[in-house]
Design a protein around this ligand. Structure first.
Ligand SMILES: C[S@@+](CC[C@H](N)C(=O)[O-])C[C@H]1O[C@@H](n2cnc3c(N)ncnc32)[C@H](O)[C@@H]1O
Length: 303
């Protein structure tokens, strides 16, 4: 059987190799995949009130919020309905189309941007940014480091960044192999038979699922793998520190319960520290050391 994978295609022997954490990710930016994924997983069915209530405790009236990986825009829309100015960034064109249609139907003006959150180029303009519903866990450590840096640039001084990952259960930490079938799969257009392997990498706290989906019509195999990391508070705090943010709160649920080993969610709230004054001040083509300007000001005052 031919197996299509990220390198083109190969044979079934690919399953003989143990995967490595984050070796592949789901094709979120692929139009067909993102459409099938959102048709199967109905994010609009998930209640948002508690999540929105949690976010708004950090927002003053009319503040500007950045919804990272906003999907179909359920949080962005709820926040805009409350009067906040919102930008939603999403890599999948299909969920973004749904988000735009919903916002328009409600007469809301939301800036929905089709972009990769790893390529954000905002500067000093948001009061709060959030990456919730587990997407942080699907980013490898270098990507999370990049996200913290991009968010830190996008936030104003004192701005807030909320991250939300899922805490692993005993089943998440297990290794297993099983077969299952799907009549309406999100991997393929046709019903498929899936050979699923789950690997848990204890040291890295990464769960990896590798699925060989066999299309029941074309008989072709398609290999997908998705990794998820349970980031510790210490790991996230290091990324935050490097990006000029400090940890202000951890919670185990959007009700504000404390984060414990049995919590279902891992919520971290960071605050952007005040940016330091640069030591050099660019004026036109001149770069003037600030110390010199201070001396000049004292001299000017004295004479
Ligand atoms: C688990 S869904 C959550 C969607 C939304 N935040 C919600 O709670 O309804 C994850 C979303 O992240 C998007 N995504 C994944 N990687 C992304 C990236 N690098 N940049 C922007 N969006 C991304 C996916 O397309 C998907 O819509």
């Amino acid at each position: 059987m031919k197996v299509k994978n990220k390198n083109g295609s190969g044979g079934l022997e690919i399953l003989l190799e143990k995967p490595t954490p984050f070796e592949m990710s789901l094709p979120w930016g692929d139009d067909q995949f993102s459409r099938r994924f959102f048709e199967v997983v109905n994010y609009w069915g998930i209640p948002t009130e508690k999540e929105v209530g949690f976010i708004t405790q950090f927002l003053r009236d009319g503040a500007k919020a950045l919804d990272l990986a906003c999907g179909g825009g359920r949080h962005a829309i709820a926040l805009a309905e409350l009067g906040y100015r919102v930008t939603g960034v999403e890599i999948g064109s299909y969920p973004l189309k749904l988000a735009r249609e919903r916002a328009e139907a409600k007469g809301l003006s939301i800036d929905f941007v089709n972009e990769d959150i790893l390529k954000l180029e905002y500067n000093n303009q948001f009061d709060l940014a959030f990456l919730i519903c587990g997407q942080i866990g699907h980013c490898d450590p270098r990507q999370v480091q990049t996200i913290f840096k991009k968010v830190s640039r996008a936030l104003v001084d004192g701005g807030i960044f909320i991250t939300h990952g899922w805490q692993f259960s005993r089943e998440d930490r297990a290794n297993y192999v099983r077969w299952y079938s799907e009549k309406k799969p999100f991997y393929l257009e046709n019903p498929s038979i899936v050979h699923r392997e789950q690997y848990y990498f204890e040291k890295e706290r990464v769960k990896l699922i590798r699925d060989l989906a066999i299309d029941t019509v074309t008989r072709e195999g398609h290999l997908y793998s998705v990794s998820e990391k349970e980031y510790t508070t210490a790991e996230l705090t290091d990324f935050a520190d490097e990006a000029g943010m400090e940890l202000v709160k951890t919670c185990g649920s959007f009700d504000g319960e404390p984060l414990t080993d049995t919590s279902d969610s891992r919520i971290h709230v960071f605050r952007m520290a005040r940016r330091k004054m640069p030591n050099i001040l660019p004026i036109g083509n001149l770069y003037i050391p600030l110390a010199f300007l201070k001396l000049y000001a004292i001299f000017d005052f004295l004479v």
